[in-house]
Ligand binder design. Structure first.
Ligand SMILES: C[S@@+](CC[C@H](N)C(=O)[O-])C[C@H]1O[C@@H](n2cnc3c(N)ncnc32)[C@H](O)[C@@H]1O
Length: 355
């Protein structure tokens, strides 16, 4: 016997945010009608490599274009993104329900008990480990996890490497839930979750030796802002490693829009765009690994699982809902299969002073 709510969480452990119906998402997010329109650009907002330059030329010096872009995009996108995650199927209640169903004693949970449920990115724990290796994380590290979600990767890093981790998370409910989960498994002292916006990190200069992020930056409109902030809070020479969706050249505006409506993917970068933005933000030694092929396999399996649970889903939510999600999942898989959308892992070093 399975329950669709829990199944949804299981399905999505490696597959990123759950799809909303396009109408619901657009209504809640207000993205369709209010988001600035772009044509022929490889990114969603003008902080994409090159896109800000012409605008910068016509702006007075006293205001940074990146600041202006981040501010206006933030005003539009952040509430929509946060709202999306308030209704996200990977949440504290689902995790506790899944643990209860697995027969766990909820008063004696370990971090390992949570790992099957609290990771919200592609590739599970192996993906966190890969990012951690590229960020040179060790027991002495002071790690920042940007877009930390429920703190799953942060708890894994603390457990696996014995380091201290601070996670920054936009959505206050997820942040509070993450804190409770960390306390529940005895990691409250090593993992701290802070509510905040990745574009304006609430930390001092050089506060961290390493930074990571997984499948979070697609939701952050001001890529230049978040990368600049990351460079600022890293110790010079500190490493940043992250994974994110990447837009390939043939991804059309309409397809971008649908991803924004469906998954609050408000800003997608290209591989080259990210490289350029990292360099401009103050990073060097930039490496990019294309994970698109790996992600195709994960997505296909997710779609197959979803279809295998058709009867269950129809019984619980109705045929219309099943069809809507089926169509959207299939759309997403097609984008990745056709090479329009993919994933990548980046790593870089905060440029040492004077370098
Ligand atoms: C797909 S989840 C990934 C969570 C986590 N990295 C993981 O792998 O489990 C993306 C998270 O990014 C958060 N987020 C989105 N925009 C953000 C922002 N501007 N600042 C901080 N967090 C943000 C969302 O609220 C959500 O919890």
């Amino acid at each position: 016997m399975t329950r669709p709510g829990v199944n949804a969480a299981i399905r999505r452990l490696e597959s990123g945010p759950a799809p909303l119906g396009p109408r619901t998402a657009a209504k809640n997010a207000g993205l369709r009608t209010r988001r600035p329109r772009r044509r022929g650009s490889t990114s969603s907002f003008a902080d994409a490599a090159g896109a800000a330059a012409p605008v910068r030329a016509i702006f007075p010096l006293w205001i940074s274009v990146d600041m202006w872009i981040s501010f206006s995009a933030m005003a539009v996108s952040l509430p929509a993104v946060s709202d999306f995650y308030s209704r996200h199927p990977i949440n504290e209640a689902q995790i506790m329900e899944a643990l209860r169903r697995a027969g766990k004693d909820l008063r004696r949970l370990t971090p390992e008990d949570l790992f099957e449920w609290d990771q919200d990115h592609y590739g599970g724990l192996a993906a966190v480990e890969a990012v951690a290796r590229r960020a040179d994380i060790d027991p002495e590290s002071r790690v920042l996890d940007i877009c930390a979600g429920l703190g799953g990767p942060a708890r894994f890093l603390a457990r696996r490497f014995g380091c201290r981790v601070v996670g920054v998370e936009l959505n206050s409910e997820r942040c509070a839930a993450g804190r409770r989960l960390s306390a529940l498994v005895g990691l409250g002292d090593r993992v701290r979750l802070v509510r905040g916006d990745a574009q304006a990190l609430p930390f001092g200069r050089a506060a961290f030796t390493a930074a990571v992020s997984q499948e979070g930056l697609l939701h952050v409109p001001g890529k230049a802002a978040v990368l600049g902030e990351c460079a600022r809070v890293l110790l010079p020479g500190g490493r940043f490693a992250f994974t994110d969706w990447i837009a390939h050249a043939r991804l059309a505006d309409g397809e971008r829009q649908r991803l924004a409506d469906w998954m609050a993917a408000v800003s997608l970068q290209s591989l080259v765009g990210y490289r350029e933005l990292l360099a401009r933000a103050g990073f060097d030694g930039i490496e990019a690994e294309d994970l698109s092929t790996e992600w195709i396999g994960i997505l296909r399996r997710r779609l197959e699982m979803y279809r295998a649970m058709r009867e269950d889903t129809v019984t619980r939510f109705g045929q219309g809902r099943y069809d809507e999600y089926n169509q959207l999942y299939a759309f997403f898989v097609r984008l990745v299969e056709s090479g329009k959308l993919g994933g990548a892992r980046f790593s870089a070093r905060a440029r040492p002073a004077g370098a």
